[in-house]
Ligand binder design. Structure first.
Ligand code: PGA
Length: 260
């Protein structure tokens, strides 16, 4: 089964809804200018909750070649959870994706692998696709135990899911030391861990799930390094932070296949 590469821009806590509309428009114009072919890659914007309605309206209204999603979700369906946003609310805004377990959520909000797995489950139950994040911190990389560490995160995050769901999921390998630091993993580093993740999926959920699950690399991805990262056999896309806030730069990343 062919895996369509997913290049997703994680805007983090940047851009209000007016600015979001501007960036989406600029991105769409740039992609059109560059003759983007959406059969070759999928471009998604992962935006703050308050931007979702505006982003949905402009993409649907103008039939732009973009999908969109949210950066987090509550595990609860509804009720007395002040400040939280449910999967049902996000599905109602036609989100395709929800990022779960980003390292910034793990670090600043104490999110555990078990909670992240529950979030992935509610995202699927609402008809959307989770982008499940994993990745090691620098000390673990230096100790050389990064593969085992990431596989244990992945095992716990995927545990609540069926094999069919795992096959439909997106897993983002983001070494924490490469996020927002300008320090990018080498293509070989990215392949080592993404390949090990696919191997784990094959062993735990079967060959079909391993064939179809999309595995992204994230951490200081730019137009200048995306081509060699995407050339790795087990890398099916990128989760892009800083570089996704500049239309021209993100358009080049989405269209990495031109330089391939
Ligand atoms: P970065 O962020 O591209 O700015 O390193 C990646 C991420 O956190 O998803």
């Amino acid at each position: 089964m062919a895996r369509t590469p997913l290049l997703a821009g994680n805007w983090k806590m940047n851009l209000n809804h007016v600015e979001a509309t501007g960036l989406v428009q600029q991105l769409a114009w740039t992609l059109k200018d560059f003759r983007y072919d959406k059969t070759k890659s999928e471009a998604a914007v992962i935006v703050p909750f308050t931007d979702l309605r505006s982003v949905q309206s402009i993409i649907e209204g103008d039939d732009l070649p973009l999908t969109w999603g949210a950066q987090d979700v509550s595990v609860h369906e509804s009720g007395a959870y002040t400040g939280e946003i449910s999967a049902g609310m996000l599905a109602k805004l036609n989100c395709s994706y929800v990022v779960v377990g980003h390292s910034e959520r793990r670090e600043y909000h104490g999110e555990t692998d078990a909670l992240i797995g529950e979030k992935a489950k509610v995202v699927f139950a609402a008809g959307m696709t989770p982008i499940i994040c994993c990745g090691e911190v620098l000390e673990i990389r230096k100790a050389g135990t990064h593969v085992a560490h990431v596989l244990s995160q992945v095992a716990e995050c995927l545990a609540p899911l069926t094999a069919e769901q795992v096959g439909a999921a997106v897993i983002a390998y983001e070494p924490v030391w490469a996020i927002g630091t300008g320090e990018v993993a080498t293509p070989e580093d990215a392949q080592e861990v993404c390949g090990a993740i696919r191997g784990y999926v094959a062993q735990a959920f079967g060959a079909q799930a391993a064939e179809s699950v999309r595995i992204q690399y994230g951490g200081s991805v730019k137009s200048t390094n995306v081509v060699e990262i995407m050339a790795q056999p087990d890398v099916d896309g990128a989760l892009v932070g800083g570089a996704s806030l500049v239309a021209d730069e993100f358009a080049k990343i989405v269209m990495y296949y031109v330089g391939a």
